[in-house]
Design a protein around this ligand. Structure first.
Ligand code: NDP
Length: 244
C-alpha cells in the first residue's frame, strides 16, 4: 500500500525509544516533517544520528505548562501520535499515590494537553488532521499488577472516542491502536519473566508477542488517508488476545 506524508508535519510523543522511535522513523521515511518528543536528550540524540532530519523536542510530559508551550511553539501539526507511556507494576493492594499520579499524568493527562494544543491550531488553520493514540490490549483485559496502567488505557480509549465525537466536524480523525506485548524496555519490564510471559503467550492465538514494526504499520495506516472513513475506533494489534 502506497502511503506518502509529503508536505505533512507529524508530532510523535515518547519517540526516544521503543515503539515511538520506530513510528517517528517510519513517518520520516514516508516524507513527513517529523517532531520527535521525549524526555531524555540522549535517546533523542541517538535517534537524530540514525535519522538526520528528524527534529527533536525535549520536554517532560508531566509538566503541563512546559509541554503546552513546547507543542505550541511547533506551529501547525497534521499528524499526531500520542505514544508516550509509562507502566509501574504494583499489585492493587500496593498501589501508591505517586504511582497513580505519574501513570495517569503521562498516559492520559498529557494526551489531553498535547491534543488540545495541536487541535486548536488544526481548527484555526481549517486543515483537518489525524490523531492516533497508542493504547493497549490492557484497556480491555485485566492484567495482574497492572491496575493503574489498565485504568489509564481504558480511559484513553474512551477519551479518544469522545475526541472523535467532538472533532469529527473539524475533519480531525481520532483512533487508537491497542497492541499486545512488544518486547521494548516497557515490555521487558512486565513480560521477560517466563512465569509471566508463558501464560500471556498462551492467551494469544497467534502464539507470539508483536514486533515493533507491526504496531508501526497499524499507526501509519490509521494516520493516512487510506483510513479516511475510520474514526473513533480501537484497533487491537494483539494476535487475537482480545478476541478470546
Ligand atoms: P518505552 O518505555 O520503550 O518508551 C516510552 C517512551 O515514552 C520513551 O521514549 C520515554 O521517554 C517516553 N516517556 C515516558 N515518560 C515520559 C515523559 N514524562 N515525558 C516525555 N516522554 C516520556 O515504551 P514502549 O515503546 O513499549 O511503549 C510505547 C507506548 O505503547 C506506550 O503508550 C505503551 O503504554 C504502549 N504499549 C506498549 C506495549 C509493550 O508491550 N511495550 C504494549 C501495549 C501498549 P525517554 O526516551 O525519555 O525515556
Amino acid at each position: 500500500m502506497e502511503i506518502q506524508f509529503t508536505g505533512k508535519t507529524a508530532l510523535v510523543t515518547g519517540a526516544g525509544q521503543g515503539i515511538g522511535r520506530a513510528i517517528a522513523k517510519r513517518l520520516f521515511e514516508h516524507g513527513a516533517k517529523v517532531y520527535a518528543l521525549s524526555k531524555t536528550s540522549e535517546n533523542l540524540r541517538k535517534l537524530q544520528e540514525e535519522a538526520p532530519g528528524i527534529l527533536t523536542v525535549i520536554v517532560d510530559l508531566e509538566d503541563w505548562e512546559a509541554t503546552q508551550k513546547a507543542v505550541k511553539d511547533l506551529g501547525h501539526i497534521d499528524l499526531l501520535v500520542n505514544n508516550a507511556g509509562v507502566a509501574i507494576l504494583e499489585s492493587f493492594l500496593d498501589i501508591k499515590s505517586e504511582s497513580f499520579d505519574k501513570v495517569f499524568n503521562v498516559n492520559l493527562k498529557a494526551v489531553v494537553n498535547v491534543s488540545q494544543t495541536v487541535v486548536k491550531q488544526m481548527i484555526a488553520d481549517k486543515t483537518g488532521g489525524s490523531i492516533v493514540n497508542v493504547s493497549s490490549q490492557a484497556s480491555q483485559a485485566a492484567l495482574r499488577d497492572h491496575a493503574i496502567y489498565c485504568s489509564t488505557k481504558s480511559a484513553l480509549d474512551m477519551l479518544s472516542k469522545v475526541m472523535a465525537l467532538e472533532l469529527g466536524q473539524h475533519k480531525i480523525r481520532v483512533n487508537c491502536v491497542n497492541p499486545t506485548v512488544v518486547l521494548t524496555e516497557m515490555g521487558k519490564l512486565g513480560w521477560s519473566d517466563p512465569l509471566k510471559s508463558g501464560p500471556m503467550l498462551a492467551g494469544i492465538p497467534l502464539g507470539r508477542f508483536a514486533e515493533v514494526e507491526e504496531i508501526v504499520d497499524a499507526v501509519v495506516f490509521l494516520l493516512s488517508d487510506r483510513a479516511s472513513m475510520i474514526h473513533g475506533t480501537t484497533l487491537p494489534v494483539d494476535g487475537g488476545f482480545l478476541a478470546c
